[in-house]
Design a protein around this ligand. Structure first.
Ligand code: ATP
Ligand code: LTN
Length: 349
C-alpha cells in the first residue's frame, strides 16, 4: 500500500461557550467563533454548549432552553459546520457529570479555592448566593475536556488557569491509576484581538457589562447595530489613528473594521486619512451590518425549524457520546467500579 496517500490523523481540539445571554456579541464572534470556524478545516474539532456550567448561577428554565438553541443557531450561522465538526449540548452527554464526580474526588479543596474566576465571581456575588456548583465549575470543565482526549483547547487568556487544572488532573489520574488521558494544551489565540465596549472602550465587550449600548449582538436588528456604532464614544482630538492608550475608542473601531474586512489596521488608517470620526463610524456601521445580517438571518431560519435544530444537536450528542463513553468506561474500570452490564453505561463489556 502506498502510505503517502494515507492522511495523517488530525489533532483534536475542543471548546465551548456558555449559553448565558440571549445573543452572542461581537467579542465572542471575533474572539472565539471565527477561530472555531477556521479550525474545523484543520483539526478534528469538537464544540459544545456548556449548559451544565450555565446553571452554576440561577437560570430561568424556559430561558435556558431558548438560549441554548439560540447559541447553537448562532454557532452554525457563523459557519460552524456540523458535517465537519462535532457540535453538541453538554447536558445531553451524561458522561460529563459522571467524569466530573471522579475528578472532584481527585481535586484538593485548596487547589479548587485558588481558581481566580471563582474567587472573583464569588466575591462579587457574596458567599450566600455562591453555589458549590460554581466552586466545582473548573472541575466540570476538566471533565468536558479530558473525556475527548484533545491535544488543544482553544480559549481566551481568562481560561488558561482552568485548562492548566485539567492538565494537572489528567497527569494525576494517569499517575495514580494508569494512563487514560491525553494531557491537553491551552491554545490561546494570541493574535486574536480583544474587542472593547463601545461605551467604555477600556473594558472588554461583555454580556455582563453595565449597559447594552456598549454591545454589538449577533441577534440584534441591523438598525440597532448601526445606531450603537454611530453612538460609540470616541476620543479627544479628530485624527483617526491607532493608539490604544490615547485613543481607545477609535482604536477599537479600527480593530473591528480591520477584522471584518480582512484589511490590516495600517491600511484602514490610511483609508480614513484626513477624514473625521463620523466617517469611520458611518462606514463601519455598514461593514458590521453587512457582515452580521446574513448570520442573524440564518440563525433565525434555523430557530424557525426547532425540530431540525434539535435533531442536529442530537446527532452531535450521539457522536460525542461515542467518544466520551469509551473514555469514561476506561476511567471507571481503572478506579475500581464494577462493570454495569447495560449497553449505555460505562463498563459495558
Ligand atoms: P462575560 O459576561 O462572563 O464576560 P462574555 O460573553 O463576555 O461573558 P465569555 O463567555 O467569558 O464572554 O467568553 C466566551 C468566549 O468569547 C471566550 O473564548 C472569550 O475569550 C471570547 N470573548 C469574550 N469577550 C470577548 C471580547 N470582548 N473580545 C474578544 N474575545 C472575547
Ligand atoms: N469556561 C468556559 C466555557 C467552557 C469551556 C469548557 C471551554 C466550559 N467547558 C471546556 C473550553 C473547554 C468559558 O467561560 N469560556
Amino acid at each position: 500500500m502506498n502510505t503517502s496517500t494515507v492522511p495523517a490523523p488530525r489533532q483534536r481540539v475542543l471548546s465551548g461557550m456558555q449559553p448565558s445571554g440571549s445573543s452572542l456579541h461581537l467579542g465572542n464572534y471575533l474572539g472565539a467563533l471565527v477561530h472555531w470556524v477556521r479550525m474545523q478545516d484543520e483539526y478534528d474539532a469538537i464544540y459544545f454548549i456548556p449548559d451544565l456550567h450555565a446553571i452554576t448561577v440561577p437560570q430561568d428554565p424556559a430561558e435556558l432552553a431558548s438560549r441554548t438553541r439560540v447559541t447553537a443557531a448562532q454557532y452554525i450561522a457563523s459557519g460552524v459546520d456540523v458535517e465537519k465538526c462535532t457540535l453538541f449540548v453538554q447536558s445531553q452527554v451524561p458522561e460529563h457529570a459522571q467524569l466530573a464526580w471522579v475528578l472532584n474526588c481527585l481535586t484538593g479543596f485548596g487547589e479548587a479555592s485558588r481558581m481566580t474566576q471563582f474567587k472573583d465571581k464569588s466575591l462579587k456575588q457574596g458567599a450566600d448566593s455562591t453555589t458549590v456548583g460554581l466552586f466545582t465549575y473548573p472541575i466540570l470543565q476538566a471533565a468536558d475536556i479530558l473525556l475527548y482526549q484533545p491535544e488543544g483547547v482553544p480559549v481566551g487568556e481568562d481560561q488558561r488557569q482552568h485548562v492548566e487544572l485539567s492538565r494537572d488532573l489528567a497527569q494525576r489520574f494517569n499517575t495514580r491509576f494508569g494512563p487514560v488521558f491525553v494531557v491537553p494544551k491551552p491554545f490561546i489565540q494570541k493574535e486574536s484581538a480583544k474587542i472593547y465596549d463601545l461605551q467604555n472602550p477600556t473594558a472588554k465587550m461583555s454580556k455582563s457589562a453595565g449597559s447594552p449600548s456598549g454591545l454589538i449582538n449577533l441577534m440584534d436588528e441591523p438598525k440597532v447595530t448601526a445606531k450603537r456604532i454611530k453612538s460609540a464614544v470616541t476620543d479627544d482630538g479628530a485624527e483617526i489613528r491607532f493608539d490604544r492608550g490615547e485613543k481607545p475608542g477609535i482604536s477599537n473601531l479600527l480593530t473591528i473594521y480591520s477584522l471584518l474586512t480582512g484589511k490590516n489596521v495600517d491600511d484602514v488608517v490610511g483609508h480614513f486619512e484626513g477624514r473625521m470620526y463620523g466617517h469611520l463610524k458611518v462606514e463601519l456601521a455598514d461593514v458590521v451590518v453587512d457582515h452580521l445580517e446574513p448570520i442573524r438571518t440564518r440563525a433565525l431560519e434555523l430557530l424557525a425549524d426547532q425540530a431540525e435544530l434539535d435533531r442536529l444537536l442530537n446527532v452531535g450528542a450521539e457522536k460525542a457520546r461515542s467518544i466520551a463513553s469509551v473514555t469514561l468506561a476506561d476511567v471507571f474500570a481503572k478506579v475500581g467500579f464494577l462493570p454495569a452490564h447495560t449497553h449505555d453505561s460505562a463498563g459495558a463489556p
